[in-house]
Design a binder for this molecule. Sequence first.
Ligand code: 6PG
Length: 321
Amino acid sequence: MASLTQQPLSSPFRTCKPTRIPFPSGSPSTWCPLTNTRSSHRAKIISITSSENLRCYKTKVSSMSVNMMTSEKKKKVQVFDSEESLSVSLAEYVNVLSDKFVKEKGSFTVVVSGGSLIKSLRKLVEAPYIDSIDWSKWHMFWVDERVVPKDHPDSNYLLAYDGFLSKVSIPPGNIHAINDTLSAEGAAEEYETNIKNLVQKGIISTSEASGIPKFDVMLLGMGPDGHVASLFPGHPLLQEKNKWVTFIKESPKPPPERITYTFPVINSSANIALVVAGAGKAHPVHVALGNGQDSDVLPVQLVSPEGELTWFLDKDAASKL
Ligand SMILES: O=C(O)[C@H](O)[C@@H](O)[C@H](O)[C@H](O)COP(=O)(O)O
């Protein structure tokens, strides 16, 4: 672990000395008193430099990963030395939330995107999680879907089925896929109705503040243009305030017709993980988390959940921070 010297408080930067404390499980962890973050032995804080507003930046990332807590409350940024270690930590993150929500409310509502996220969930379907997670309590949803049959190579359902669902025992009735026999309009409308029904049954919680569905966790990827779900830069759907689920017929990323959750539902979430790997995404990460600029407000900048936002970045995606 790097040893850090305390600098005068008048300096624009303060440093903290990470301290070893035990996790409840007894496994080793490292805690940064300045930022009140801690990490497991799999994701050590090697050093953290913090500016006065408690925005933290990684300093020496070589073969280790760094936790950073930004000044905005409930936003955590984790940088990993590789996508492999990112996926290990992501599995533990989901496992902890699954345990918590199953204990608290007897169910766990999980929303996934398409894209590379599903591959990054691979450790969840391996030991120990494959046997320890109570899959029977899971309810699975999609933040977006392409308007194609479920057996089409572009289907987000098929992607999740092949990489995840086919390996775990979530009851088929708890897998809430988007109807692939309807038009984009029809499928969006039906998905919103299904969500309303699950709210009435008490399976999906709602935000006390807004009454909008509050999913336990959303696991989201981000495109190189900073899009999330099927909400693209400069598109009027970014402003949608009333619908929970809507559709787009001219997606810049093929295929063109898609169903997507809107920001009111995304931002009502109890937890959101933004899972981003690869140098091709360094620019939108820089815009969202650093001082990078873009001509558009990027959709990822609008992700701001009622609950907690956790970024899972590999070092290439974080390379401009
Ligand atoms: O269906 C989709 O296209 C997605 O849900 C989309 O929002 C995806 O998550 C991002 O485009 C990132 O995809 P990659 O991780 O594959 O770049």
